[in-house]
Design a protein around this ligand. Structure first.
Ligand SMILES: C[S@@+](CC[C@H](N)C(=O)[O-])C[C@H]1O[C@@H](n2cnc3c(N)ncnc32)[C@H](O)[C@@H]1O
Length: 295
């Protein structure tokens, strides 16, 4: 068995987020020196490994210092059948094997929601998260910690679906994240499944009802959607600059993928404001937006 079998596949979200980071580093024209990067809510660590690999290859003259964490209920504590230890141990093993220099146990860790992200203020040049913000319950605290830990003139990128999105991508039911009551949501999903998969609904009724209950509970317990406007307000309240112009390159990458065009042929990351204004009011309803915060 390959030691990396427990990690998920690399997605377009990962590729896009790394492209955003590369573009922001190039923009600063500071292509040598030292950079501290934090990934918040790293899950299995798949994106972290991909980011380390891509950034180290793209900027060989920069010394990167990578940090990451997730919470106690995350994939990091899932049992690893082979190691008989949490998945975090496997992540440390992979990192130590690939990159000998790091003090990985100290830098990649599990923390409590009340813990600080780092003991030193204004420590990170870059803070990123990938599909995390729609799961964060206490967003003011999240942005407060981000503001405390990001260096002056540092950058931060977050890719996630906002409340504006029509399709709920975790359970694949439209508008499921707009319900205020779990009971009503359960009824709505039942109706939706009845009309979209009637044969399955009657053939495997018990299984279907279990899955509907599970989905409704997941949306209520594990997701905490918030509108784009609200995100901007959270950042502005902390004097953080925020823009959304990195959103459209993600959809251009998606289009290339569908049309089977080589994504490396184009550079979408010049982030033209005109293209942004032309597309954002549609793209925010489709899937993830990309929030770029700077200090
Ligand atoms: C859909 S997973 C994404 C995991 C990973 N970023 C990836 O791309 O595979 C969402 C993650 O957000 C984490 N999360 C939820 N609330 C958080 C918070 N307040 N601070 C940090 N991480 C949080 C969860 O523990 C979970 O691992």
């Amino acid at each position: 068995m390959n030691i990396e079998d427990n990690f998920r596949n690399i997605t377009l979200n990962d590729i896009h987020l790394v492209n955003c980071i590369i573009s922001s580093i190039r923009e600063k024209r500071n292509l040598s020196g030292h950079m501290r990067i934090l990934e918040v809510g790293c899950g299995s660590g798949t994106f972290l490994l991909y980011m380390i690999d891509m950034l180290s290859k793209t900027f060989p003259k920069i010394t990167f210092d990578f940090h990451a964490f997730d919470l106690q209920e995350s994939e990091l504590i899932f049992n690893d059948e082979e190691l008989k230890e949490p998945h975090l141990s496997r992540l440390h093993i992979v990192l130590k094997r690939k990159y000998k220099n790091g003090n990985w146990e100290r830098k990649i860790k599990i923390i409590k929601p009340s813990d600080d992200w780092h003991e030193q203020l204004e420590f990170f040049d870059l803070i990123v998260s990938n599909q995390v913000l729609e799961h964060v319950m206490d967003k003011p605290t999240f942005f407060n910690k981000l503001s405390k830990n990001l260096k002056l003139s540092g950058n931060s990128f977050h890719i996630f679906p906002a409340l504006d999105v029509f399709w709920e991508w975790h359970i694949h039911v439209p508008f499921a994240h707009w319900f205020k009551s779990e009971k009503m949501l359960r009824k709505y999903i039942t109706l939706y499944r009845y009309f979209t998969s009637p044969v399955k609904f009657f053939k495997n009724h018990k299984l279907m009802m279990n899955s509907i209950n599970h989905d409704a509970k997941y949306i209520f317990d594990k997701t905490h959607y918030c509108s784009t406007k609200q995100f901007i307000k959270y950042c502005n309240d902390l004097n953080l600059s925020v823009n959304l112009k990195y959103t459209y390159p993600y959809y251009f990458l998606k289009a290339c993928q569908w049309l089977k065009i080589d994504i490396n042929k184009f550079n979408f990351y010049s982030c033209n404001r005109f293209l942004h204004y032309l597309t954002f009011f549609i793209t925010k309803h489709i899937s993830s937006i990309t929030v770029h915060i700077s200090k």
